[in-house]
Design a protein around this ligand. Structure first.
Ligand code: G6P
Length: 362
């Protein structure tokens, strides 16, 4: 069955490997032959009426929302803000006049996110749940649902649900932007790009041996590690750090690379791993100079860079895709670095201590 580990030692590795298939499945489910999103017109029209989109999630789903917000703003022009569900639940910000809520939740059962949904519904605002589990609580209770079609995700550390959430938000943003006649959305060929993403993901998962040796060399010993990036790369840095800390117990943090010098750089010691994510034309040079600053303080610098921005000594080179979709590729080596660090330490990759797949308490 789909929930069978087969020959894989851990579900996480299987789920990482499934990501190209999930991308193709989303294309098949949500895009027609000419590449236009197939999305319920009522959903698009309710979203179009909104003056602001509120994206809500916990953990990895929150991180997927950080990417989604950038996609919605870029492709639709609607201001979008992302919230951690357990924060929104207890301190609702001053609201815009016509909010529209998007709940991101792999399981559809997270109590913190449900708490927000229940409150939002009481206030009469329209809601969409993006989830991997049909008929889950948050799916049933929201006005609209979009399914991730990622297949069962068993490992506690979320991988394919994250990339599915990012890809589906890209499709939704494209559909909404097209409905609003936004030129950027019309020009954004999400179907072709997700095809390139699937091929690119495959190339990355096929280079496991290299990632295993990078993990053994740089991440097996240190107590801390940092992922850095700017803009969308920073959002991926947060998710990358979460992957590493939750399964390998390396204290990892994601930082906006420009912010390092305002404090965090004090933590850099000899051989502290600092992994730079470099996929955006506008910020590549700046992040590279931030990496120089940590090199000169003894850090072991690794890089995950898009091909057209790559330099000869980059650690991992990603195939080029549209700048809006680079998170779908840059996160994959980070998932695998976390996996191999955990595996190398002999830990239970799929069931890290103290964590649950679905958290139904607040
Ligand atoms: C738990 C899981 C995380 C997940 C988070 C949100 O903490 O361990 O992997 O990201 O819940 O879960 P959801 O099902 O709402 O996406």
């Amino acid at each position: 069955s789909a929930a069978d580990k087969g020959t894989y030692p851990f579900y996480m590795l299987k789920e990482v490997d499934e990501q190209p298939v999930v991308m193709r499945k989303l294309v098949q489910e949500y895009l027609d032959t000419d590449g236009s999103p197939v999305i319920e017109p009522e959903l698009l029209s309710r979203m179009q009426q909104a003056d602001k989109l509120y994206v809500v999630g916990a953990g990895t789903s929150y991180h997927a929302g950080l990417i989604g917000a950038r996609l919605f703003e870029r492709l639709t022009g609607i201001p979008t803000q992302v919230f951690i569900s357990s924060e929104f639940a207890y301190e609702q910000p001053i609201m815009s006049k016509k909010p529209f809520f998007i709940f991101l939740t792999q399981s559809g059962e997270t109590a913190d996110s449900r708490e927000v949904l229940v409150n939002v519904k009481k206030q009469g605002w329209p809601t969409l749940t993006i989830t991997n589990v049909p008929k889950s609580t948050l799916s049933r209770e929201a006005t609209f649902t979009l399914l991730l079609h990622a297949g069962p995700e068993i490992a506690v550390a979320s991988t394919k649900a994250y990339t599915a959430q990012v890809a589906l938000q890209a499709i939704l943003a494209k559909g909404l932007g097209m409905a609003m006649r936004k030129q950027l959305a019309i020009d954004f060929d999400v179907k072709q790009q997700l095809g390139l993403v699937a091929v690119g993901m495959q190339a990355i998962v096929d280079s496991k041996d290299q990632l295993e040796s990078v993990a053994a060399r740089y991440l097996a010993q240190p107590r801390n590690a940092f992922y850095i990036g700017r803009g969308i790369d920073w959002s991926v840095a947060l998710e990358s750090a979460l992957k590493l800390k939750e399964i390998s117990y390396v204290q990892a943090e994601g930082f906006a690379s420009g912010e390092l010098k305002h404090g965090t750089i004090a933590l850099i010691e000899d051989k502290t791993p600092v992994i730079g994510i470099i996929t955006q034309d506008r910020t590549a040079g700046l992040t590279r100079s931030n990496l120089q600053e940590v090199v000169s303080r003894g850090a072991s610098v690794l890089t995950i860079a898009s091909k057209h921005l790559a330099q000869p000594d980059d650690t991992i080179v990603l195939p080029d895709v549209d700048e809006l979709l680079t998170p779908l590729l840059s996160v994959v080596p980070a998932q695998l670095l976390a996996y191999y660090t955990s595996l190398g330490k002999g830990l239970d990759v799929d069931k890290p201590r103290n964590l649950a797949k679905s958290v139904t308490v607040q």
